[in-house]
Design a protein around this ligand. Structure first.
Ligand code: HEM
Length: 245
């Protein structure tokens, strides 16, 4: 008992210290007002609503699929950055770098597999999240705009998955991308331009690899992060999560 009181007073001291106050502004969340302000004035916590209806956090309503998709995205970002330390997107090195990752680099295989499985997982959870939103009718007004943001997130997720597919530069990657870009090239009127845009050359090669790598590690994750912020913010602006009937 005495121990917990000591801990509490230490905690209070920390909350009341000038350093803590200079960063977080609000003190010990002992009463309702301070608890609300602690959440509302924190850049990360303020994304959450101050109040959440009990029904909206029922596990069997959301299945936490949106949260799981976000978790996959975080795993992908961390493991992706670690993979970037070893992988060089050139025709000469890409394949060997992946092989080294599997056999030479400590924890390389773990990192690669975590990245791969999280990528598959994210496609699945995002799709299931979309199905949950559809079957609970949560796309209806006032959440119709967030549904559209969700569709963009879905396309970005699929594009991230597809651009990552080329990077191992093995036979599977090479021919999958050949099929994909040939489909793009079959578009009426602008087919040739689309093909050139996707390949960066007359045929698949080093230009394609660097183009898809840049999309995979910079452009698409950045876009996804921006739309995710809008998505979360909109959940709050639309009055929190929809309610089970
Ligand atoms: C990167 C992909 C995505 C992430 C990380 C994500 C994340 C989230 C999270 C955390 C929530 C809170 C509730 C929950 O966990 O279910 C949510 C709600 C919502 N999401 Fe997503 N989402 C993604 C993609 C999508 C897609 C593809 C759609 C639909 C096309 C969509 C539409 C919605 C809507 C309408 C809501 C509000 C649901 C309600 O009020 O019940 N999201 N999202």
């Amino acid at each position: 008992m005495a121990k917990s009181t000591d801990l509490e007073s230490l905690e209070r001291k920390l909350y009341d210290s000038r350093i803590w106050r200079s960063i977080f502004r609000y003190g010990y969340p002992i009463d309702r007002r301070n608890r609300i302000m602690t959440v509302a004035k924190n850049v990360f916590l303020h994304l959450h609503p101050n109040f959440v209806p009990r029904g909206a956090v029922k596990l069997t309503y959301t299945w936490c699929l949106g949260g799981l998709s976000f978790m996959m995205f975080l795993i992908l970002t961390v493991t992706g950055v670690l993979l970037m330390f070893y992988y060089v997107p050139s025709v000469e090195r890409a394949y060997q770098d992946i092989k080294d990752m599997e056999t030479v680099i400590i924890f390389g295989m773990l990192m690669r597999n975590m990245h791969r499985w999280a990528a598959h997982g994210m496609v699945i959870t995002v799709f299931l999240h979309m199905c949950r939103v559809f079957y609970t009718g949560s796309y209806k007004p006032p959440r119709e705009f967030n549904w559209v943001v969700g569709v963009i997130l879905f396309f970005l997720t699929v594009l991230l998955s597809f651009t990552g597919y080329l990077l191992p530069w093995d036979q599977l990657a090479f021919w999958a991308v050949t099929v994909g870009t040939t489909i793009g090239g079959a578009a009426p009127i602008v087919g040739d331009q689309v093909n050139l845009l996707l390949l960066g050359d007359a045929q698949i090669g080093g230009n394609t690899l660097i183009r898809w790598y840049t999309l995979h590690v910079i452009a698409l994750p950045l876009l996804l992060a921006v739309f995710l912020a809008v998505h979360f913010w909109r959940v709050r602006q639309d009055g929190g999560l929809s309610q089970p009937l």
